[in-house]
Design a protein around this ligand. Structure first.
Ligand SMILES: Cc1cc2nc3c(=O)[nH]c(=O)nc-3n(C[C@H](O)[C@H](O)[C@H](O)COP(=O)(O)O)c2cc1C
Length: 358
């Protein structure tokens, strides 16, 4: 079995020095116009400097209208490049691979933040969305590719295409939310087309050693596990991406769908042939034992979300103590301030059940 501290090679770009990644975390810390703030820079570079093999940005919007949270870092304009360049350099100087997570909020973007009606694959009354026209979907694909080109220019080692958690690409994948009848709707192949076209565009227009990954989540938002397995199977078989990042919310959990119960959700993905593509899992990786269990269960590496919020030096702590477990929740605001969270991010974390002491 691979140790947590064995390096890992990707098909493109630099090797990763260990198997623990700082997961993408929306943190509300940047400026409202999408420019990087000092607080977001400090938050991420603290982690990159403290041992994470790879440090991913928050979900960052590729169109101004795709913003889903206050203080979200943007990738939608060349004006943002100076801040993005500073961030990429800061992460890489820490010895960590710098990856930008690209996304569009779709139905989860809010008019209060963007000033425009949210868009989705379809007009959804519940979310007040309008359906994108076919030409607008083509433009969206182009904007994801331009976001990746911007990341490349800024000096990031690569990008992750965010196809999870009910955001716009996930809305296209979802048979419940996507009711289109053009080439981007209907069959699974059509609903997944947007993701595959984005990957092809990035691969053909970014440099050869650019690391490209995709994040998927198999449950909620109308996702069907069998379909997500099929998309994962194709992504792994195509071999165009460097890693597939499966966001499970709990890597030990059983699937919700009846016909898949009886074994872990993760196991449906670790059992797929993956050639040179690597597989990452996220969800309640809180201790050294969790990291080992996920890797023994067949993942190549792990993504730490909340453990990385709680401990900027989670990786150093794992290295020093093979029995390390994250601090018990809830934690005090003072603890999180010391971990580099500003007051806005702290308020956001207080909305996550049981995280911050009242
Ligand atoms: C505050 C917060 C913000 C998050 N923001 C993002 C995000 O921007 N993009 C994303 O793909 N996942 C996001 N996630 C999900 C995490 O990346 C991770 O997959 C999830 O928290 C499960 O891992 P954990 O149990 O180690 O926290 C977020 C999670 C939290 C707690």
């Amino acid at each position: 079995m691979n140790s947590l501290f064995d390096p890992i090679k990707f098909s493109h770009g630099p090797a990763m020095k260990n198997r623990v990644v700082m997961a993408p975390i929306t943190n509300w810390q940047s400026h409202e116009d999408g420019h990087l703030s000092d607080d977001e820079y400090n938050w991420l570079t603290m982690r990159a400097n403290a041992g994470f093999g790879l440090t991913m940005t928050c979900a960052a919007h590729v169109q101004a209208g795709g913003k889903g949270f206050p203080g979200q870092l943007g990738f939608f304009s060349d004006d943002l490049l100076p801040g993005l360049t500073r961030l990429a350099n800061g992460i890489r100087e820490g010895g960590s691979i710098a990856i930008a997570q690209l996304y569009h909020g779709g139905m989860r973007a809010s008019k209060e933040l963007t000033g425009v009606q949210p868009v989705s694959a379809s007009a959804l009354e519940k979310y007040g969305t309008r359906a994108l026209s076919t030409e607008e979907v083509d433009q969206l694909i182009e904007d994801f590719i331009l976001g990746a080109i911007r990341a490349e220019k800024a000096g990031f080692d690569g990008v992750e295409v965010h196809g999870a958690h009910g955001y716009l690409l996930c809305q296209f994948l979802s048979p419940e939310l996507n009711q289109r009848d053009d080439k981007y709707g209907g069959s699974l192949e059509n609903r997944a087309r947007i993701i595959f076209d984005i990957i092809d565009g990035i691969r053909s227009r970014c440099r050869d050693d650019f690391n490209v990954s995709v994040r998927l989540s198999p449950e909620r938002f109308g996702m069907k596990i069998a379909e997500v397995i099929e998309v994962a199977r194709r992504l792994l078989a195509d071999g165009k991406i460097d890693f597939l990042d499966m966001s499970l919310w709990d890597f030990k959990k059983d699937p919700e769908e009846e016909e898949f119960k009886g074994r872990s959700l993760m196991s449906y993905f670790t059992e797929l042939d993956r050639g040179d593509v690597k597989l990452a899992v996220a969800g309640k990786i809180m201790s050294a034992a969790d990291c080992r269990e996920a890797i023994e269960g067949g993942a190549d590496f792990v993504m730490a979300g909340r453990a990385g919020i709680l401990h900027h030096d989670f990786v150093k702590k794992l290295e020093a103590d093979t029995n390390f477990t994250s601090i018990d929740l809830p934690v005090t605001r003072a603890h999180l301030e010391n971990e580099g969270l500003n007051s806005r991010f702290l308020d956001y974390m207080a909305s996550w059940d049981g995280f911050v002491a009242k």
